[in-house]
Design a protein around this ligand. Structure first.
Ligand SMILES: [Zn+2]
Length: 390
C-alpha cells in the first residue's frame, strides 16, 4: 500500500471515530440532562431536597427531591425510597405512585423517588442497556431515564483498589464504593456516594423516621428475590406482612428473611443499626438483570419475558419461577405498592396510638388490571407549582 493511501485510510478512520464520538456524546448528554415530571399529590405538604439535610450536596447532581406528606395528625413517620439502584424501574415507579396519589389520614410519609440521582444519569452501554423507557398512561407516554446500579463515574472517580466500608472496616468490591446499597450509613467527608447515604441518614434522624423501606428488584439467578429483607427490629412486621400478602393478595408468594449481621453497607442492616428506624428492603423479580438474558431492550425491561431466562428456569437454575407471562412491570410495581400498604397496616396493629394511615394508593390487583401509568396524571394539565422534576 502506498503511503498516500495509508494517510487517506487514517484520515477516514479519524473522521468516523469523531462522528461516532459526537453522536454518542450527544446521546449521553441528552440522557444525563433529561428530567421526569412528577405531580405532587394531594397530601404533599412540602417538597425539600437532599441538600436541605446536608448542605454540601445542595444543587449537585445528587440533590434529589424529598416529598413530605404530612397529615397534620400525630402518628408514625414512614420513609420509602426508590432509585437506590436506578436499573430497577419498579422501585422509582412505585415511589412515584405514592408521591402522586397517597392521601395521608394519620402520621407522615416521606418519599424519595430517585435516591441515588447520579446513578440514574448513566446506563450500561457495554451491556446494551436502553437509555430510556416509556410507560403508557391514559393521556400518552411518559418517558423515564434508565439508570445503572452504580453512581455515575463522572461524579465519583477513580475507584479505590479495595473499598473499605465505613464504619465496619469490612472490605468490599472496589466498585461498590459507588453502590448506594453498599455505602450505608454513609460518611460525612467520605466518597460522593457515602455522602449521599450520610444525607439520607440525616433525614431519618431529623424527621424522626419510625419505619424505613428501600425498594429494589433482582435477577432470578440471585437468591435474595421476592422477599422482604428485615433488620431484626422489623422481623415481626416482615413475617406478618409476607404471610398475609402471600395468602390474600399475590399470585406468587413473597417471603421474608433476616438481614445478615455480618454483611455491611446495606440499608436493611445499617439503617436499623445506626438509627431508631425499623428498616426493611423489598425485592421483586426483574428478568432484564439476568446474565443469561437474550435481547436487552425496553420490551424485556417492562414486560419481563425472556426465553433464555425461562429455559434457565426449566434447568432449575433460578431462585424464582418464570413462565411465558414473564414478570411484567405492573406485577412488580403492584407487589411493592401492596407490600408497603401491608407493612403500614401491620405496623398500625402493632403500634396503637402511633399509626400511619395511607389511603388512595392502588393495590396489587388494581395495578395489574389498570397498568402503572393509569396512576400518573398529565403534568401539562397540572398546576405548575405542583410539578417537580426528577
Ligand atoms: Zn437493587
Amino acid at each position: 500500500m502506498s503511503s498516500k493511501n495509508l494517510i487517506l485510510i487514517k484520515i477516514i478512520t479519524a473522521v468516523l471515530v469523531i462522528i461516532a464520538l459526537v453522536i454518542s456524546g450527544k446521546a449521553f448528554m441528552e440522557h444525563r440532562n433529561y428530567k421526569e415530571a412528577v405531580i405532587a399529590g394531594p397530601s404533599v405538604t412540602e417538597v425539600k431536597t437532599l441538600g436541605d439535610y446536608y448542605d454540601p450536596l445542595k444543587d449537585t447532581v445528587a440533590d434529589c427531591n424529598i416529598y413530605i406528606l404530612d397529615s397534620g395528625k400525630p402518628g408514625a413517620t414512614l420513609f420509602t425510597i426508590g432509585g437506590s439502584h436506578p436499573e430497577e424501574p419498579a422501585a422509582n415507579l412505585s415511589a412515584e405512585i405514592f408521591a402522586e396519589n397517597a392521601v395521608l389520614e394519620k402520621g407522615k410519609l416521606i418519599i424519595a423517588i430517585r435516591a441515588n440521582r447520579s446513578a440514574s444519569t448513566v446506563t450500561r452501554p457495554g451491556d446494551a442497556y436502553p437509555q430510556f423507557y416509556t410507560i403508557e398512561t391514559d393521556w400518552g407516554e411518559k418517558k423515564y431515564r434508565m439508570g445503572d446500579r452504580w453512581t455515575n463515574p463522572l461524579d465519583s472517580w477513580p475507584d479505590p483498589e479495595v473499598y473499605v466500608h465505613y464504619p465496619s472496616e469490612q472490605m468490599l468490591a472496589y466498585m461498590d464504593i459507588r453502590n448506594f446499597n453498599r455505602t450505608w450509613p454513609g460518611k460525612k467527608d467520605g466518597s460522593f456516594t457515602e455522602q449521599v447515604n450520610y444525607a439520607f441518614m440525616q433525614i431519618i434522624d431529623k424527621e424522626n423516621v419510625d419505619l424505613f423501606i428501600d425498594y429494589h428488584e433482582a435477577e432470578l439467578e440471585y437468591p435474595v428475590i421476592s422477599t422482604i429483607v428485615a433488620h431484626e427490629s422489623g422481623r415481626d412486621i416482615a413475617a406478618m406482612s409476607s404471610m398475609t400478602l402471600t395468602d390474600m393478595e399475590f399470585e406468587k408468594p413473597i417471603s421474608m428473611e433476616y438481614s445478615p449481621k455480618s454483611l455491611h453497607g446495606l440499608s436493611h442492616r445499617e439503617v436499623g443499626d445506626h438509627s431508631d428506624a425499623v428498616s426493611l428492603l423489598f425485592e421483586t423479580p426483574e428478568p432484564f438483570l439476568d446474565r443469561v438474558r437474550g435481547v436487552t431492550d425496553e420490551k424485556l425491561l417492562l414486560e419481563g419475558k425472556d426465553p433464555f431466562v425461562q429455559r434457565a428456569g426449566e434447568f432449575g437454575l433460578l431462585y424464582e419461577t418464570i413462565d411465558e407471562d414473564g414478570w411484567p412491570i405492573e406485577v412488580r410495581v403492584g407487589r411493592h405498592c401492596s407490600s408497603t400498604l401491608m407493612v403500614a397496616q401491620i405496623w398500625n396493629q402493632m403500634n396503637p396510638g402511633k399509626e400511619v394511615i395511607i389511603k388512595n394508593v392502588p393495590k396489587y390487583s388494581e395495578i395489574v388490571e389498570n397498568g402503572v401509568g393509569h396512576y400518573f396524571d398529565n403534568p401539562e394539565n397540572a398546576n405548575s407549582d405542583r410539578v417537580y422534576y426528577e
